[in-house]
Design a protein around this ligand. Structure first.
Ligand code: NAP
Length: 346
């Protein structure tokens, strides 16, 4: 079958190639024929060899990229009861597995959630990975449909895939959202539900943040970088009340890439312990969020984005043959929202 994959560890090009068919599902797995997917920053990093010692320790190549998408269930394992053949599903898969840029994928049943009539393929294709991480970050920041009402949330990096999904969900649940992103994206963030917008400079200059919770989704300027000194955390420490800081910008993959698997993981553990302890001395709960395959997060996304008031976050559309060129660009285009990839439309 046709797939888009990298073929070796360091600075590999993404190429279209024939790979063996997706295997027959094990009891807890499903096989899905892919229709569409999206682009996530992690795949660009994986193509440079970043994090390979952790996500692909055995060096298995070719490695298919693509972390999410939409497709149709072709076969189910004997223990899968929540999905049936012929259903349209939304997917999200860990960087530890072969991805979704393929005609068919065999994945754990927990990585797929059935779609209702009201959610289009294009809307569902872009939400799985970014949306699951956004839901997990919102939860880490004490926000869900029950706890969000009236809570003041600041989202740093609100205009990307994670941010545009999280802003809509938090605002829809009744939180007061301040969106921090480049000024050119402010009008769209207001449409998505932000009650206030700021650019990065303004947020950095604040003595105290207008927030009970802060979530950081902003890609660091250096690829794969993280923030040792974090001015947002410092400003949050000066406010009063219950405060929580959740970030998806974690040093783990960078540290294992630079220092090797075990020393990198030890450093990441020590770094996390130091950050948690220093934040807690100032009354802030500090949390790092790493994407996890989770059927509840997918179900929450399907529920939210099936409603009439949810807005599409697609800002750009590519056809699958454009993927190799897209991944050969040294810097990602700075486009808000999500890029949809039409893979194998039916
Ligand atoms: N921990 C995890 O498991 C996990 C999972 C998914 C994603 N992530 C990470 O979370 C971040 C956001 O993911 P995403 O899918 O939302 O990415 P994205 O769509 O590319 O969005 C990037 C966001 O960062 C902002 N940004 C600020 N400075 C930037 C810079 N120098 N270069 C590029 N963007 C910059 C952008 O805002 P403006 O353009 O408005 O300035 C935008 O809001 C990425 O770094 C990604 O690798 C982590």
């Amino acid at each position: 079958m046709l797939a888009y994959a990298i073929t070796h560890r360091a600075r590999s090009r993404l190429i279209a190639l024939q790979v063996p068919p997706a295997p027959t599902p094990a009891p807890t797995e499903v096989r899905v024929a892919m229709t569409a997917s999206s682009i996530n920053p992690i795949d660009r990093l994986l193509a440079t060899g970043y994090g390979a010692v952790l996500v692909n320790p055995r060096g298995r190549f070719p490695r298919i990229l693509g972390r999410d998408g939409v497709g149709t269930v072709m076969a189910t394992g004997s223990a899968v009861s929540h999905l049936r053949v012929g259903q349209r599903v939304m997917l999200a898969v860990s960087p530890r597995r072969d991805g979704t840029y393929a005609e068919q994928v065999t994945i754990p049943g927990a990585c797929a959630c059935a779609l209702g009539e009201t959610m289009t393929d294009d809307a569902a294709a872009v939400v799985g990975y970014a949306g699951s991480t956004a839901v997990q970050a919102l939860r880490a920041a004490d926000l869900d449909p029950v706890r969000a009402r009236g809570r003041r949330l600041l989202i740093h990096g609100a205009s990307g895939g994670l941010g545009t999904i999280a802003v809509q969900m938090a605002a829809g649940w009744g939180a007061q959202v301040t969106a921090v992103c480049s000024t050119r994206n402010h009008a769209w963030l207001k449409e998505l539900g932000a009650s206030r917008t700021m650019d990065y400079e303004e947020a950095r200059g604040l003595q105290t943040l207008p927030a009970d919770s802060v979530i950081d989704f902003a890609t660091p300027a250096s690829e794969g970088g993280d923030r040792r000194h974090d001015p947002l955390l410092a400003a949050l420490q000066r406010t009063d009340g219950r405060r929580v800081y959740a970030t998806v910008i974690t040093p783990t993959l960078g540290l294992v890439t630079r220092h090797g698997l075990l020393p990198g993981l030890l450093r990441a553990g020590a770094d996390l312990a130091w950050r948690k302890a220093s934040a807690s001395l100032n009354g802030v709960r500090y949390r790092q969020v790493l994407f996890r395959e989770e059927s509840e997060a997918l179900a929450r996304l399907v529920d939210f984005f099936s409603k009439a008031q949810a807005q599409s976050v697609v800002q750009r559309v590519l056809a699958a043959p454009a993927l190799p060129t897209e991944f050969s660009e040294s810097t990602a285009p700075r486009i808000p929202g999500k890029t949809l990839v039409h893979l194998f439309p039916r």
